[in-house]
Design a protein around this ligand. Sequence first.
Ligand code: UFG
Length: 327
Amino acid sequence: MRVLVTGGAGYIGSHAVRWLSSAGHDVWVFDNLGRGHRQAVPPDRLIVGELADRAAVEQVLRTRRVDAVMHFAAFALVGESVAEPALYYANNVLCTLTLLDAMRAAGVSRIVFSSTTATYGVPQTIPITEEERQAPINPYGFTKLVMERALEDYSHAYGLGYAALRYFNAAGATPSGDLGEDHDPETHLIPIVLQVALGQRPQVTIFGDDYPTPDGTCIRDYVHVDDLADAHVKALERLGPGSQFKLNLGTGRGYSVREVIEACRRVTGHAIPATVGDRRPGDPPELVADSRRAQAMLHWTPRYTAIDDIVRTAWTWHRKHPHGFGD
Ligand code: UFG
């Protein structure tokens, strides 16, 4: 298939690009490089452009005769979305609607969409199934939920085939260590802890240890970025006209913040000083996926379930690229 990957220069997108190419697809990346990295993409596959520019997007879809879109381009920081909701509505909602318009005009009727566990808000039941009520508690989660609803409506009205993949905590890096996570500023737990191991930060602050969990720190389901990429390729290959897949992507295994830090100590051999600070507003105590539906529908099995294995791949990346892509 000829696939356009928006946000393909970002963390999850760049891994998906690699998996798509390995699976034999003809891949084009569309990215404005605002948060993505030129070095994360094969240079002859990168189209630098703005999704807000409908005509440009439509032209790319037509001239490359695109069959399907993988849409990663979005902002994805909860705290930022609370402080700057306008950015999130503009980028995650408006730009996605513009993309869908361009796709309709160009006759492209398949899309794999990056959704998130943040659409569930504070879940009633753990592990979280796709039937869980979606009640986001921040603008980021809400913008993703809005787009899930739009995809459903477009599917009914226009026959769009879509997969909304609700990621839990993306983590890790390609095992060779040449693609990985590089955010500025970095807010995610594993890269922050590994930056402490590298001596780039003095310590990690644990955001609260008074949660109703066994060790008092928040529990998350860390899913390897290559397993996410694999699920994307499988979802794409199963999409037909009018398909509506809404699938959780996680491992079904949760680790607390303290357990993650311990794993990082084991893998790196560094002491990694940690102190306890205040809770971070908007953090649910526990998010763990029931992803049996994705496993059954996509014939997908996450290869990485042990946190040490996930951390090890991230550590290889961080050691090889202590300053990320360096751009
Ligand atoms: N944490 C710390 N200290 C840090 C950084 C994080 O204790 O310095 C904790 C957080 O409080 C949280 C856990 O580590 O309990 C994981 O935090 P991350 O920031 O790595 O990930 P989140 O769970 O906050 O974010 C993920 C996705 C978001 C998504 C969100 C939904 O990255 O895109 O889950 O809750 F919106």
